[in-house]
Design a protein around this ligand. Structure first.
Ligand SMILES: O=c1[nH]c(=O)c2[nH]c(=O)[nH]c2[nH]1
Length: 291
């Protein structure tokens, strides 16, 4: 029997970084969660404990903080790219660096006072592959890929949602409905063709497209709404090549008030948190080779 080491990667997860930018008495806040993942010629440390190629995850964490000070942080896509390129170019053993950043929003309450925004989180992931390992790359820094997105964007339509015509098997008890609440917490990730992008404008546009499509779609299923949302992003944002959506169906069930002699014409619901339907799909441009 031969035993081999398979794919492996390592890095520092969830480096929490808060940066205060001071313009006199008026401050700006940037609140990030950065995860670095490196891969490359790292067999030795696994097989023999030889750490000669291992950049400590502690050093990776320090790099995140030092770069925030020396380079600043504007758009998270750029900061992720900066870090990913750095690890691949500075570390000969590292052939792929992936940096994922979550950005937590804060609303301004005053010149130096802030309130955490709701659960919505902006995300970006930059992946840099060393050109030596990437046959298609012509650049020194190698192939780079940027993905952006958001999680925790909670949306609800209180009508204009049906669910009928589905399979009925011996275990089906769900009644058909032509008027229900449709609610979800959007987890969206979209992929860019290039890196020369107005990240803030693209993020705002993609987010607006997702919201507009959710609001404007008369829904026959959450699957149909999901497709409409992804389709709208691609239709409106030419710089985006692919959208992946993961939409939990946050069920709102009409409460039976008949035992109390009360009608309930779509007014009182119980919001259940689990189990929940989970609807997921990738929407891309035809011919891009994604099945
Ligand atoms: O929009 C929906 N899609 C489903 O696949 C499904 N399944 C279910 O029980 N309710 C719903 N709603």
């Amino acid at each position: 029997m031969s035993i081999v080491l398979g794919a492996n990667q390592y890095g520092k997860a969830e480096v929490r970084l808060v940066r205060v930018l001071r313009h006199g008495g008026r401050h700006e806040l940037c609140d990030l969660n950065v995860t670095v993942t490196l891969a490359g010629d790292l067999a030795a440390t696994h097989l023999t404990g030889d750490n000669a190629q291992v950049l400590p995850t502690d050093s990776q964490k320090n790099t995140v903080y030092a770069f925030a000070r020396s380079h600043g942080v504007d758009q998270i896509e750029d900061f992720a790219l900066l870090l990913a390129r750095h690890f691949v170019t500075a570390q000969p053993a590292i052939s792929r660096a992936r940096v994922r950043i979550e950005e937590y929003g804060w609303q301004r309450l005053g010149p130096h006072s802030f309130q955490r925004s709701g659960g919505e989180v902006r995300t970006a992931t930059a992946t840099c592959v060393d050109s030596e390992f990437d046959a298609d790359s012509d650049a020194d820094a190698g192939l780079v890929e940027v993905e952006a997105g958001l999680t925790g964007l909670v949306l609800l339509n209180s009508t204009d949602s049906e669910f009928t015509g589905y399979v009925k098997d011996p275990y089906t008890t769900l009644p058909e409905t032509t008027d229900r609440i449709l609610a979800t917490a959007v987890d969206a990730r979209w992929r860019y063709q290039d890196t020369g992008v107005d990240w803030a404008g693209s993020y705002a546009g993609a987010r607006a497209a997702l919201v507009d499509a959710f609001v404007g779609t008369y829904s026959l299923s959450l699957q149909q709404t999901l497709y409409a949302m992804g389709h709208r992003v691609l239709a409106e944002r030419p710089e985006i090549t692919e959208v992946r959506l993961s939409l939990p169906n946050r069920h709102h069930l009409l409460v039976d008030l008949a035992p109390f002699g009360l009608e309930n014409p779509g007014e009182v619901f119980v919001a259940t948190d689990r189990p929940y339907g989970l609807i997921e799909a990738t929407i891309s441009r035809a011919g891009d080779g994604v099945g």
